[in-house]
Ligand binder design. Sequence first.
Ligand code: SF4
Ligand code: SF4
Length: 238
Amino acid sequence: MATMFNYFGKKDRLKKNVHDLNWIDLSDFIFESGNYAMSHSVEMIAEVKRRANGNPQKAYESLLEVCDEKIDEFESIENRHCCCKRGCSYCCYQAIYLSQFEWKMLLYLINRMTRNERKAIKIKAEANLEKIKSKNIPIKLTPFMDETANNKLYLKQNIPCPLLGEDGACLVYRRRPLACHSFRNYGISSECEGKIPQNSYTFDEYHPAVRLPIIMEFSNTNDMLNMNLLSYLLAENL
Ligand code: SF4
Ligand code: SF4
C-alpha cells in the first residue's frame, strides 16, 4: 500500500511541470479533460446562451467566460496551476487560426480601437503576411494538414502576432482567440522563454479539451475545419 501511495505521489509531483511530462501523462490529462467537457457540455452551452441573452456580441464573451470557469474548475480538480498571464507573450509567435465566429468578434473589437491602433495592427499584419507567403505557410487550416509541422515552420520565422501591443501584451487579452486560450503552461512561465522559437516542443499537450463541445455548438464544423490565419485576416480586412 505504501508503495502505491509513493508511486502516485511521485506521479503527482511530476505532473506539476508540464515540460517534464511524458506523452502518456499528457494524453491522460487531455483524455480526462475531454471526458469532463462531455459530461458538462449541456450545462455549459445553456449557460453561454443564458448569459448572451440573444446578443451575438455577448455570445463570444460568454463563451470565453464559461470556458475559462470550467477550465479553472477542471484544473483545480486535477491539481494543476496555470501560470499564464497578460504580458507573457512567448507563445504569441505561433500560427493562430480563427473560425468565422471568432473573426467577427475580433473585428468588432478592433473596429472600436483608435485609427492609429488599427493602422499599427494592419502594418504588422501585412509585414507578417509577406513572410508567411514567402515560406508557403498555409493561410487556411484544412482537415488533412499536419498542424504540428505547420506550426514548427511558422515558429521558425519568428513572427510576432499583430495584436501584440507596444507594451508587449495582447491588445485583446480578455477576449483573445480560443486558440490562444488553449495554451496553458502548468509549470513556470520562464520555461516558455527560448523553448518556443527553438521548436523544442509544440503546444499540443497544453490543450485541455474543455471548450470543444461549446465551440462546436456555436461554430459549425465546416467553419472550424476551414479556419483562416489571423495575420492574413487582419492584413486583408483592416
Ligand atoms: S503559454 Fe507560456 S508564454 Fe504563453 S502565456 Fe503561458 S506561460 Fe506565457
Ligand atoms: S491574439 Fe493575443 S494572445 Fe493570441 S497570439 Fe495574438 S497577442 Fe498573443
